[in-house]
Design a binder for this molecule. Structure first.
Ligand SMILES: [Zn+2]
Length: 123
């Protein structure tokens, strides 16, 4: 179910995707690590949807944060494509507009989000 209200969120996500791509490229380009020059070439030639995979295991620190965020933003945009945006990825409940406005890449409803947090704490 897509409503007109969600369009600004999609625009926000697309803007963040562009920003993240830019940031990741900057970090990789600036790095002096040997294997990053090859990675840079891969990133330049592969679609962004494959970036999290390309960066997997290669990224650390700030790049890892960006990689994880990129994955989340791509997942949210994927939900848009499937017409599932705004629905919890776990239980299909609608995600609150407050949560989506706070972070358009939110993939879980409040309940699943709090359960995930509780689970992360106890493990
Ligand atoms: Zn849920």
């Amino acid at each position: 179910m897509q409503t007109k209200d969600q369009k600004p969120l999609k625009i926000k996500l697309e803007a963040e995707l562009a920003q993240l791509s830019n940031d990741i490229m900057t970090v990789v380009t600036a790095s002096t690590q040997d294997d990053y020059s090859q990675l840079q070439l891969l990133l330049q030639t592969q679609p962004q949807s494959l970036w999290p995979e390309l960066l997997e295991g290669k990224s650390s620190g700030v790049l890892k944060q960006k990689q994880q965020r990129l994955e989340q933003v791509l997942a949210a945009l994927g939900q848009f494509q499937m017409g599932l945006f705004g629905l919890c990825a776990q239980c299909d409940s609608p995600i609150s507009p407050e949560a989506l406005n706070h972070d358009p890449a939110t993939l879980l409803c409040d309940l699943c989000q709090s359960q995930k947090k509780a689970g992360a704490k106890s493990s």
